[in-house]
Ligand binder design. Sequence first.
Ligand code: ADE
Ligand code: ZN
Length: 336
Amino acid sequence: MDQLTDFLRQMPKIELHVHLESTITGWLLERFAVRQGRTLPRAPEELYHCSAEDLSDFLGFLDRICSYVGTTADLAEAAEHFSAACREENILYAEAILNPTHWPQFSLPDIISAVTEGFDRGEAAGGADCRFTLSLSRNQTAEEADALVSAMERCRTPRLAGLSIDGNEALSGRTGDRFAPAFARARELGFGLTAHAGESSGPEGVLDALECLKADRIDHGVRAAEDPALLERLAAQRVPLNVCLSSNLALLYRDPREHPLRQLLDVGAAVTLSRDDPMFLGALTLTEELRRAAVFARMSEAELLRCQEIAVDAAFCGEETKAALRAALEAFRSQS
Ligand code: ADE
Ligand code: ZN
């Protein structure tokens, strides 16, 4: 193993932008499919060799993947498996995004309790401390958004960390006003707020996420680089940008040289690094994602560690958890 990979493997890691739907291995899905008396369309190891060329294709593909998860026990098992897989590469803390529109077979209360149970079991068995945000789709209505926040209020658990929104803004257009009331209510209830923006939307999507949704963090945010004044504001206000290089190179930028990761770092933006959709990206590990980012943007070890510290600051967890994560990062820094 080369020195950079070794450093990254051992570095305590924090991941804030990863969709639970895209973490379920083909082998696990095969097991779930068999329980339903179904078979996968392809062998487990080839399941994710899909032909998705753009975000819409990909989101449809995720719907089909999730349909193989037949019971809430399966969903809990998938969540538990994620926690265990994180720990294998020293991810200490992760916040997964789960979008209930991919899971029409389950009620909102059932989703919340199953994922909570899976993450509880995972951590109890030595896995990572995992939390989750529930995510709206950009094509939902204001009423559906309100219903999601009501379910979050009624069924709240310590693992449920916040409200997010994802989906395809290129198709939905600007929706900040539609979702502002639900985000405001989630804020009043004490949930963290994060929003996909600046991926399938340009800088205007990032601006809406800040001004209409009052998001604490932006998932992606890379297209803010198209507007220098906005980029400066994001950096000055230390708005965390949960950047996913490999995902962006697969779904967004035809020419890798257009990716602004180095520029974001240079202007002092609060960058964190995550995988977004690991199974779709060839069972991508966070270690490998960070290695690619390091090579692509010539990131130093200090910069890679700094991204972990920024992720701790941005995490939707209590101060006690943050203190433990900072101590682990400090211990690693002093011995490396
Ligand atoms: N849901 C899962 N992956 C996504 C992405 N890259 N953009 C928007 N929504 C998503
Ligand atoms: Zn995402």
